[in-house]
Design a protein around this ligand. Sequence first.
Ligand code: HEM
Ligand code: HEM
Length: 188
Amino acid sequence: MTPSPIRPIVPAAYDAVSRSLHWSMAALIVVAFALGLTVDLFPKSWDHALVETHKVIGTAILLLLFARFGWRLTHRAPPPEEGPALLALTARAGHAALYLAMLIVPVLGLVYAVRRGQGLDFGLFALPQLQAAEPRAVTRPIRTWHEWAAYALIALACLHAVAACWHHFIRKDGVLRRMLPDSSRASL
Ligand code: HEM
Ligand code: HEM
């Protein structure tokens, strides 16, 4: 009898860790973005608390991204749905762009904060400033890049969400379902 070939197990859906990281990071990104944009709308006395909250959430996004990279590289994702090769290629390019934007935005935020002479206040503990504040004329462009990279991240995420809805409601395939909890997958 010939031994049966060992076939790698290809998952039908994202595992629970990937799904939790995906949805918690998506929520944190929306909150960080909204906080970053609306700081000036609140009373001046709230500035410190709001900006520190923004920085802590932003730093959490960066740390979660490293965990997500690690998990993604060591665990298989479901294969692309049947369809034209161009569709799979577009999805891959979109995901790569999202990962890149999720890296660039918080890194630019951190660089800006450090060069403005800011520490990080986590409430229970704080990280001290690393250097004296550089003049605003020098740091202003970094803040502008941070802001525009954040707009690009949100624009990509909106396109990505529209694509997920197109798959689910128009193409009626399983792409959205495999990013949802096991319990809701059967009923959708
Ligand atoms: C995905 C994560 C992040 C997003 C989506 C985001 C988004 C934004 C946005 C839209 C602004 C407003 C820009 C402006 O009005 O000039 C902003 C400002 C800012 N961000 Fe972020 N950011 C993120 C992560 C971070 C991180 C990790 C840090 C630093 C630890 C940071 C530090 C700052 C600072 C210091 C400001 C200026 C706030 C002020 O003084 O009004 N951000 N961010
Ligand atoms: C800030 C918001 C979001 C970001 C940064 C984001 C990022 C990503 C990334 C990087 C992937 C690829 C996962 C991998 O294979 O490693 C992914 C997959 C996925 N996302 Fe999002 N996402 C966001 C919001 C959403 C929303 C709102 C929806 C649904 C409406 C959604 C639905 C999906 C689905 C269905 C997949 C699986 C795609 C596939 O298997 O081809 N995402 N997301």
